[in-house]
Design a protein around this ligand. Structure first.
Ligand SMILES: Cc1cc2nc3c(=O)[nH]c(=O)nc-3n(C[C@H](O)[C@H](O)[C@H](O)COP(=O)(O)O)c2cc1C
Length: 352
């Protein structure tokens, strides 16, 4: 199956996540098995102003492709102009955010605000589709609240407007990030549209990926929080989809090597500031291992890549010498992860 001219592969995608799905993380996720990686959302107004931040967020590394760049905004003209800029920057797919639930976005009539006016969503999607040659996908939620679940209708409208795939975060806007994602809407949407439907929300394991595709009939799925600090979920999911079993927890050597590669890419991409940006990832990579929180605290202090590498290598050698390379607590089961930065998880409930 394809999204426009882009192959879906096993259908395991990296979800767009502000301050997380940046270029270095996308490269790592792709390397570990993600089929398509989505960027964090970029404001159309920033793209038009050619702001430094937007330009950085639009950079794509050849090793991460195929890459979808996600944009958000309320104004049709600005979205059309920014979509063309994104296309010129070399994105493989352009994604429109119709799902961001946070107040500052919704108040500006962007993100999930479109769920209150689906006709406006159709108009914008059609205008963007007509303006670019790359495939346009959309990501939204089930509806504004439980009384107004409109995902099936919206999916049909998006297909008619020319969207090449429909990603559905199976929560309402008013749920924010709380409660459970309701995947039962995915087969209902699938019955009504022929474009690929991408399931999102609470996919937390390789087994979940299999269930989403085989039991809920999703064409693909997006993994968000479960891959923060744990990109290995993509490898586990890939093996599950291709060979039918979960290869299990990777060993600490691979985790440390991946952490260092991720940090190296972040420093290459962001300069010294990359060491600060990276801090949120340490706990995920070291979670469950002996003395990990004290090591993580030490790592927070360092301002050079070499210092971090020395501490991590010494840590590994010490665990190896004392026969403690196995995790002392469960590394990943069903988890509730959040990310320190980013508007998406600052508040856990919506305001209205
Ligand atoms: C830190 C963080 C940042 C996010 N940023 C975006 C974003 O920029 N664009 C978007 O469409 N969704 C964003 N989301 C929502 C995720 O893409 C996804 O829909 C949500 O986390 C549910 O999936 P999950 O249960 O796999 O995490 C963000 C979520 C988190 C946790």
């Amino acid at each position: 199956m394809k999204i426009g001219n882009v192959e879906i592969g096993n259908g395991i995608f990296l979800a767009p996540m502000e301050d997380v799905s940046d270029l270095p993380f996308r490269v790592i996720c792709k390397k570990l098995g993600a089929d398509i990686v989505y960027s964090e959302f970029i404001a159309s107004e920033g793209i038009i102003r050619h702001s430094r931040q937007s330009k950085r967020k639009m950079i794509i590394d050849p090793d991460e492709r195929p890459t979808a760049i996600q944009i958000f905004g309320a104004d049709v003209d600005s979205m059309v102009t920014s979509a063309k800029i994104v296309e010129d920057s070399g994105a493989d797919i352009l994604d429109i955010n119709y799902g961001c639930w946070v107040k500052k976005v919704v108040q500006r009539e962007a993100g999930a605000a479109f769920l209150k006016q689906p006709e406006r969503m159709a108009e914008l999607t059609q205008a963007v589709v007509e303006a670019v040659n790359i495939p346009v996908t959309v990501k939204t939620r089930l509806g504004w609240d439980h009384d107004k679940i409109i995902a099936v209708d919206v999916a049909q409208m998006m297909e008619q407007a020319g969207a090449k795939a429909f990603a559905i975060h199976c929560r309402t806007r008013n749920m924010g990030m709380t409660g459970n994602a309701d995947w039962s809407w995915v087969p209902k949407i699938k019955e009504k549209v022929s474009i690929p439907v991408i399931l999102n929300g609470d996919v937390r394991s390789a087994e979940d990926c299999k269930i989403a595709i085989e039991e809920y009939n999703a064409d693909a799925l997006m993994i968000g929080r479960a891959c923060i600090g744990y990109p290995f979920i993509f490898h586990r999911a890939k093996v599950m989809m291709e060979q039918g079993f979960d290869p299990g927890e990777p060993d600490l050597r691979l985790k440390i090597d991946t952490c260092l590669e991720h940090l190296r890419l972040t420093v290459d991409h962001r300069g010294d500031h990359g060491l600060l940006v990276f801090r949120k990832h340490y706990s995920g990579y070291l979670k469950g291992y002996y003395n990990a929180s004290s090591i993580r605290r030490q790592l927070m202090e360092f301002t050079t890549y070499d210092a971090v590498r020395t501490v991590l290598e010494n840590y590994y050698d010490e665990l190896d010498r004392t026969d403690k390379l196995e995790p002392i607590s469960k590394v990943r089961t069903v988890q509730k992860l959040s990310c320190e930065s980013g508007a998406y998880v600052k508040k856990q409930t919506a305001d209205s």
